[in-house]
Design a protein around this ligand. Sequence first.
Ligand code: G6P
Length: 344
Amino acid sequence: MLKEINENAQSLRHTCGAFFKSNLRRLKEQLDGADKIIIVGCGTAYNSGLVAKRWFEGCGCTLVDVEVASEVRYFPPKVTKSTLVLAVSQSGETADTVEAASILRGMGAYVVAITNVDYSAITKIADQVVNVVAGCEICVAATKSYIGQLTSLYMLSQLKKGTADCGFAVLNQIAQSVESVVQNDELIDKISSLCAKSSAVFFLGRGIDYAVAVEGSLKLKEVSYIFSDGYPAGELKHGTLALVDEKTLGIIIITHVQLLEKCQSTVEQIVSRHGRVVVITTLQGVLEKLKGKAECVLTLPEADENLSPFLTATAVQLIAYKTAVKLGRNPDRPRNLAKSVTVE
Ligand code: G6P
């Protein structure tokens, strides 16, 4: 798992380069003509869609839905001949995602497969393929393929927006920052010790940070077996706050400067119930603001909030990995899970 997290920047760069081998003219036509975009996937692939929804909406797409593939099988959403489906799957073999793509295509939608594996089942169903070039991913918990999926989805959103290089330049810059997150992991070590001592860990954030929080929670539960949930920060007070005590840890992701104050109040809500708090941020000056409240503030390189998921996701992957190791669990072979689920 660690080796694969260390390859995040490479996955980003290679996927970026490969994007231009896709038929961009056809993709652009579909993006511009779409009445709705539906992103489908399972697990981490689904979670990449939660991030991408924010990107597409920011680029003027009015209707963007993210669907869990296993639900689509029995409760397919409404589609028309102008609906664009982005079916995301690292392996391209996940039965639920392949079936969902097939059903939606049968209903008239145009299906683009976003996958790390050439000639996989999903590529045979799709109208078009966008390649993720993460390289072979062996660990059950997806890491570098998630970064590759985010890269493809970001570039598609920029293609829709009309950005000349589809985001190639800014993505290559962010790849350097991803490398520095992996290299400076002293604080991540401290955070994983806090996780290892916790009975439950809640990942919280707003907007795009919420989407990464969901993936952070999935990674942690997959490899450490600690109970975890990913939550919109503002929802905490509507139920989950009842679970907060001295054994719980809140990991709050903050990358929107305009939401900093709101997130500070989330920190206070947890601390006043004796819960412990860690903050992951790309904003400067947060450490000073939260002194005496958060146990630890991990300040990542400064980044545009839209590109921040590449950094915050790398950090949460490392936290999950280190927590599993601290608890003596083998992150490469998590119990009960399979890399690719080819049955329903
Ligand atoms: C399994 C794996 C997850 C993965 C999901 C989707 O459940 O354990 O890590 O995210 O399948 O896999 P896919 O290959 O379709 O991305």
